[in-house]
Design a protein around this ligand. Structure first.
Ligand SMILES: NC(=O)c1ccc[n+]([C@@H]2O[C@H](COP(=O)([O-])OP(=O)(O)OC[C@H]3O[C@@H](n4cnc5c(N)ncnc54)[C@H](OP(=O)(O)O)[C@@H]3O)[C@@H](O)[C@H]2O)c1
Length: 284
């Protein structure tokens, strides 16, 4: 299978490039193909003649998206539609990644694919618009929402992964306070890459949730990361009220990956995510 990955240097994209070893993969750097440049995207797809185009790009700094919504919509919606159209024109299937932030968090059980989105932020709204533009094309496409992604590659736009930062601060003896009243399903990027590899074989196109099974509070997740890494650092629970993020975020945004499970690709748990991440991080 020939696969063209946009965003191949990111947390998820790098796991796909590394792990889909049975595929012939091309992953142009953002300096070579800016996904906002529809002509560059189309010529890249024409040059590689892929069977599948995977979009792992995003503009996902939530606070910057809030201040610069036009930029957020350009990358997360307009560019996604451009990639999808170009993939369709070349006869390729399309995979694009979306987010738990399409939901408002007013729930107490993991979100299903059938739940109604209601984004609280421009980031969430722009990603939802990207989903809808792809769905409107009625093409061979998988729209896959994930949650709290972390990987062994540092996200270029963030410069750190959540787990790494928790471990590094604890090792340095720096005190850290992490919210104990916000719940998610943090997902190891390698697990998502594996699920996507299975999914693209099915040709069962549509909307999917793909997250390591939760829910877990961010404080409990960080505590468990420290315990499993054998680090005894200062870690305090705090509350959303005390944290006061600049941009509203869902209080509860764990995802239930029911459709994937029904196809035989049940996602591992968030605890298995941590174990596998720590093992891979320490691997030579
Ligand atoms: N991170 C999370 O917690 C999280 C949670 C839920 C959903 N998601 C979704 O999961 C997907 C993957 O996220 P990630 O954490 O792997 O992202 P990431 O590590 O930040 O990687 C983003 C990738 O997109 C590329 N990129 C950004 N703008 C581009 C542009 N205009 N043209 C070409 N390439 C561009 C980046 O290239 P450069 O490095 O060269 O800039 C990088 O390769 C995204 O759709 C995101 O919305 C993420």
């Amino acid at each position: 299978m020939r696969v063209l990955v946009f965003g191949g240097s990111g947390q998820l994209g790098s796991e796909i490039v590394r792990r889909w070893t049975d595929c012939e993969i091309a992953a142009p750097a953002s300096a070579d193909v800016d996904v906002e440049d529809a002509a560059a995207v189309a010529s890249s797809i024409a040059a590689h003649a892929p069977d599948v185009v995977v979009n792992c790009t995003a503009f996902h700094n939530v606070d910057v998206c809030e201040r610069e919504p036009a930029r957020a919509f350009a990358v997360n919606a307009t560019a996604v539609e451009g990639m999808a159209r170009a993939a369709r024109a070349a006869g390729a299937a399309f995979v694009t990644i979306s987010t738990d932030y399409v939901f408002d968090g007013e729930t107490d059980r993991p979100y299903r694919e059938t739940d109604e989105p209601r984004p609280l932020s421009q980031y969430g709204a722009s990603k939802l618009e990207g989903e809808r533009r792809v769905e409107r094309l009625q093409m061979d496409a998988y729209v896959v929402r994930t949650c709290g992604l972390y990987g062994t590659r540092v996200s270029s736009s963030k410069g750190y992964t959540f787990v790494d930062r928790v471990l590094a601060k604890a090792r340095a003896g720096e005190p850290q306070a992490i919210v104990d009243d916000a719940f998610a399903s943090p997902t190891y990027a390698a697990h998502l890459a594996a699920a996507l590899r299975g999914l693209i074989e099915t040709r069962r196109y549509g909307l999917y949730h793909a997250a390591d099974a939760g829910p877990v509070s961010w404080f409990a997740f960080a505590s468990e990361a420290l315990r499993r890494a054998g680090i005894d650092g200062p870690l305090e629970p705090t509350s959303r009220a005390a944290w006061k993020p600049e941009t509203p975020r869902p209080r509860f945004s764990a995802l239930a990956s029911e459709r994937l499970a029904a196809l035989g690709f049940a996602m591992p748990t968030w605890g298995e995510g941590l174990s596998d991440y720590l093992r891979d991080k320490l691997a030579p």
